[in-house]
Design a protein around this ligand. Sequence first.
Ligand code: TXD
Length: 319
Amino acid sequence: MARKKIALIGSGMIGGTLAHIAAREELGDVVLFDIAEGLPQGKALDLAESTPVYNASVSLKGANDYADIKGADVCIVTAGVARKPGMSRDDLLGINLKVMKAVGEGLKANCPDAFVICITNPLDAMVWALQQFSGFKTNKVVGMAGVLDSSRFAYFLSEKTGVSVADIHAWTLAGHGDDMVPMVRHSTVGGLPLPELVKQGWMTQADLDGIVDRTRKGGGEIVALLKTGSAYYAPAESAISMAKAYLNDQKRVLPVAAWCQGEYGLDGMYVGVPAVLGAGGAEKVVEFDLNDAERAMFAKSVTSVQGLIAACKEIDGSL
Ligand code: TXD
């Protein structure tokens, strides 16, 4: 069997980290693509020169021409601009929408069968735009945000309780904005739902509320510390877990921005929900039962995403 081909569209902080993990884990041959000349070539060469150290039998190539991603099995898209302190994810919309148009056309022409993972912000609107511009089936285009947000949630819970992250299952749903919905009732530490942990005295309700709030603002916390850009290690690891679920047909249930048609009462849009990821891409959306308060938070977040999609349509009349 030939090696798989992983195309990384955007070779900045997340793109470079993705290439590093993909090479170390021998997921396949890696093509780093960017509009900046020299950047993808330099990162690819640097990484290729590291492969003899850990005996990874993969090739890495930098490219400025979409022809080089021909036949890719997985494309992970980070192209665009990232947040600087003081910016919201939504401030990136105008610039990144144009980038999604170019990327969508490049993917359509060169790797029509690829599984596409969009990371570019504002995530839920950009994954929608990318699916529209590429014309790919909705199950083959997903967005990465929920795995990251849930991982942050799990990390904060681990820090508070002292329980290993391996025994924590945390979920966040809805849009990748500060109004995302951390699922308190559905998240567990050692099998116990979070409200039960409060009851048993593992943490106070105020502690839990603080963790939920910190999760929602987790991206901004990193931006404020780094000052020159946004998070990249955890986002890259998150997208790799999704790529592996597809490449190895793992049927993992991961929170991703998936196309919902009917599920959660939605009429054809991308938003963060748990979905089964396997060789068929996003194979099935998993529906959590939401209580009134959760449904209201979910609806608020969906309304924000719908606002961003309306803004995309206003900017680009072809959408
Ligand atoms: O959870 C999530 N989805 C996210 C999303 C978590 C963290 C960061 N998130 C977003 O990912 C962030 O707001 C950005 O929109 C993307 C990429 O973040 P990264 O930190 O990797 O940004 P960089 O380092 O600025 O890299 C972007 C690269 C840069 O090298 C540009 O030259 C390139 O994108 N770029 C392009 N490549 C190809 N084609 C076009 N048109 C293009 N325009 C810019």
